[in-house]
Structures are given as structure tokens and as C-alpha cells.
Design a protein around this ligand. Structure first.
Ligand code: PMP
Length: 418
């Protein structure tokens, strides 16, 4: 069995292997091990797909049991026991206690699939084609999702159709100097403005790939008001920040807003298995049968682990509280680093356990991540110029592991800035 890197076989498009040029084999909790037996602490967590860590035992046991009894794995969108249990549990544990009422669509296995379905549905409902997106937003790599992604680098020279997307400044894009939405509402109501009337807006409450940029609660509320006043469909893309990354199950809970459509994926299966949901206000579920189709919309092992995760982690607020507390600890450590840095300006940002450290000299962020890898910590960069060190450990990381990782972050940042 070939156990070295396999760059001769895989397309040049691969990316993460360039940051971590070793072959990984096993993983448990917050740690991942390479073929030489070297152990790494994981502050990346599958880009937000592993909020409960690697192979969480509470989810592994029901999964093993399901496979052992020949539970159906591939079910298209047939009724299955595993899917039914997931839907009932999602309703009981997630929707009802939050006073939310959504129909659940399984749009396909990935984050991009849920974004595509949300964009298509908003267009179908309104009969309008254009979407409002935000500077530095990221929504996936398919053509529709890329067209609303506010980062031209990500388009990869693919000629993405941008005619149906209008970028708007995300919160704090102008450092708070421009009055929120007033200018936009003027354009909307002005026949002479030339603006295509939009179907809706798509937004992340904390931009992940954009560099861990949290929107203020008031800004999100103003955005919801704007949508309500102007008949726009409000889509919250919670693919990366949902499932507890910022503390509450949905990242928008803190703002008290009720999006028309919510995109969820990444950590929803809880086990790193591919799964995505599009949540749709019942009155907006205007899909006809088969209008958004796909072979891999019913990954039953993912339903099994997703159900177990909801029962294990979301029937009380233990995980939410510990995520917020751990997030504050990370914020404190990053603030101390920023205060101590002399030559390079370091700016901490984030919410919950989605944290970032922005470097005034962008190239130093990648250098700090490389220095961390040498010291056994997996950590990635984000932001339009990759200027942000992105700290996204599993929410279930122990306090001791968190301290261990933060110590490596401090050492690595100091090593490249001093
Ligand atoms: N939306 C957001 C906010 C994301 O962060 C991502 C992935 N980073 C996606 C959509 C796309 O998800 P996927 O990579 O599973 O297609």
C-alpha cells in the first residue's frame, strides 16, 4: 500500500495537503495522527464539519450498530426509518424549542448543494433572478454559489455568471462610516437606479472563509427589516457557523431573526459524513415534486449520526455554554498576543468558537500556521488575502487541549512576528 504523498495521481487543484504535507491515518476527539505516528491537535476540525471532534463515541456506537444490522445506506429520497427519526428529532430538539417552523429539504450532500437549492427557490418564489450578496462572503464552489461569493480569487477563472448577483458591503466593510442600507433602499425604490430587482439576499452571520467577520446583531436585524419591507427572501447560510459553532445551534439566534431559508451542512451529520439541509418557511415551500433532484440526498448513516448528535448535544444548553466559555478563553489569549505584538498589528475577531487573528502583514498568517504545524497543531488561514489565522477547534475540545493549542498558537505567532 502506497503510504507517501500522491501528488502524481491527484489534480493540482488540491489545497489543504499543501499546508499539511503528511499522510493522515486515524483521528479521535481533537487529535489526528499521521502514518509515522505523529499526533496533531486539530484547530481546523474539517473546516467546521467536525464540531463534535473526530469519531465521537456517542455517535460511533449507533453508527456501528446500524451498519451491523444492515441498515439501508443509500435511499435516494425514499422514506426510511433513519430519515424519519432524524426529522422527528430535528423538529423536537431543534425547531420546536426555538419557536421555529421550517420544512426540511435534503438538497444533496454538500454545503454548495443547499446554497444552490436556496438560490433556486428564492428565484422561483419571487419570479425574480437577481440576488444580493455581501463583500467577502463565501457560499461554495458551484457556479450559482460562486456567483454570490464575494471573493474573485475563488472563481478560479471559470467565467462565473455575475449578472444575477449584486454585492453589498458586509457589516463593518466601511468601518461603520456608511449608514446601513439607506443607500441600498434608495436604489431599490428608484426606477432610474438600474438595479435589477432582487429575489433576496444571502448572508453569513459570521463570515468564515471571508476571515471570521461577525456581523453585529443590530445589522442583522436591520437586514431582516430591509427584506421584510421590500419583499426579499432572506437566506442565512449557516453551513459553517451553524450547529453550535458560535454557541447556539443556529448562528442567527442571538439576533432573534427568522430567516426565510436556512442553509445547513458541514457538522449537521456530526460525524463528518456528507449531509445538507435547506430549511424553508412552510409557506415558501413552493417546490414541485422532483424540481430539485439528486442521487445522494438520503445518506442514511448520516441520518443516524445526526440524530444521535442532536440527542447527545442539543437537549440542554451544556454545549452552548461551554462553547461560549471556551470562545471567550480563546479571545482572551488572542487579545494578549495582540497587546504584546510590537512590529506587526494583530487583530482578534470572532464569536463563540469561530475565532480569527488578522495580521497586518498578510503573509505572516500562513507562516504562523506553518510554524504551528511544525509544533503539532493543524490550523488554517482565511480572509481575502489569507491574512487571518483561523481557530476552529472541535466544540468538544477539553480545556487542557485548548490550552495546549493556544500555547502553540502564541509560540508560533511570536516566532514569525518577533
Ligand atoms: N457556505 C459556507 C458559509 C461555507 O463555509 C462553505 C464551505 N466552506 C460552503 C457554503 C460550501 O460548502 P461545501 O464545501 O460543502 O460545498
Amino acid at each position: 500500500m502506497e503510504t507517501t504523498v500522491f501528488d502524481d495521481l491527484e489534480s493540482e487543484v488540491r489545497s489543504y495537503c499543501r499546508s499539511w504535507p503528511v499522510v493522515f491515518d486515524t483521528a479521535k476527539g481533537s487529535r489526528i495522527t499521521d502514518i509515522d505516528g505523529k499526533n496533531y491537535l486539530d484547530f481546523f476540525a474539517g473546516a467546521g464539519a467536525l464540531n463534535y471532534g473526530h469519531n465521537p463515541p456517542e455517535l460511533k456506537a449507533p453508527l456501528m450498530e446500524y451498519l451491523a444490522r444492515d441498515g439501508i445506506t443509500h435511499g435516494l429520497d425514499m422514506y426510511t426509518v433513519a430519515k424519519g427519526e432524524f426529522l422527528r428529532t430535528f423538529e423536537d430538539v431543534v425547531l420546536k424549542p426555538r419557536g421555529l417552523d421550517y420544512k426540511v429539504q435534503f438538497p444533496g450532500p454538500t454545503g454548495a448543494n443547499t446554497v444552490e437549492s436556496a438560490l433556486k427557490l428564492a428565484r422561483k418564489i419571487t419570479g425574480r433572478e437577481s440576488m444580493i450578496n455581501f463583500t467577502n462572503g463565501f457560499h461554495g464552489m458551484t457556479l450559482g454559489a460562486l456567483s454570490v461569493t464575494g471573493n474573485s480569487m475563488k472563481r478560479g477563472g471559470a467565467g462565473v455568471p455575475l449578472v444575477h448577483a449584486t454585492p453589498m458591503p458586509f457589516d463593518n466593510y466601511f468601518d461603520g462610516t456608511v449608514p446601513d442600507f439607506l443607500w441600498f433602499e434608495k436604489l431599490l425604490g428608484d426606477a432610474g437606479s438600474g438595479l435589477n430587482e432582487p429575489a433576496g439576499v444571502i448572508v453569513e452571520t459570521v463570515q468564515g472563509e471571508g476571515g471570521i467577520n461577525p456581523a453585529r446583531v443590530e445589522w442583522l436585524q436591520a437586514l431582516e427589516d430591509l427584506c421584510r419591507r421590500n419583499g426579499l427572501i432572506l437566506i442565512v447560510d449557516d453551513v459553517q457557523m451553524g450547529v453550535g459553532r458560535t454557541g447556539p445551534f443556529f448562528s442567527f439566534e442571538a439576533a432573534g431573526i427568522k430567516p426565510d431559508i436556512v442553509c445547513l451542512s458541514k457538522s449537521i451529520s456530526g460525524y463528518g459524513l456528507p449531509m445538507a439541509l435547506t430549511l424553508i418557511k412552510p409557506e415558501l415551500d413552493q417546490w414541485g415534486p422532483g424540481e430539485h433532484n439528486g442521487t445522494f440526498r438520503g445518506h442514511n448513516p448520516a441520518f443516524v449520526t445526526a440524530t444521535a448528535a442532536l440527542r447527545e448535544f442539543w437537549t440542554d444548553d451544556t454545549l452552548e455554554r461551554s462553547t461560549i466559555a471556551k470562545g471567550e478563553r480563546v479571545a482572551e489569549a488572542l487579545a494578549a498576543l495582540a497587546a504584546a505584538s510590537e512590529g506587526v498589528e494583530l487583530t482578534p475577531k470572532g464569536r463563540g468558537l469561530a475565532r480569527g487573528l488578522s495580521f497586518s502583514q498578510p503573509e505572516l498568517a500562513a507562516k504562523a500556521c506553518a510554524a504551528a504545524f511544525e509544533r503539532g497543531l493543524i490550523i488554517e488561514t482565511a480572509g481575502p488575502t489569507d491574512e487571518v489565522m483561523k481557530l476552529m477547534p472541535p466544540l468538544t475540545i477539553t480545556d487542557a487541549e485548548l490550552e495546549e493549542g493556544l500555547a502553540v498558537v502564541s509560540e508560533s505567532v511570536r516566532a514569525v512576528t518577533e
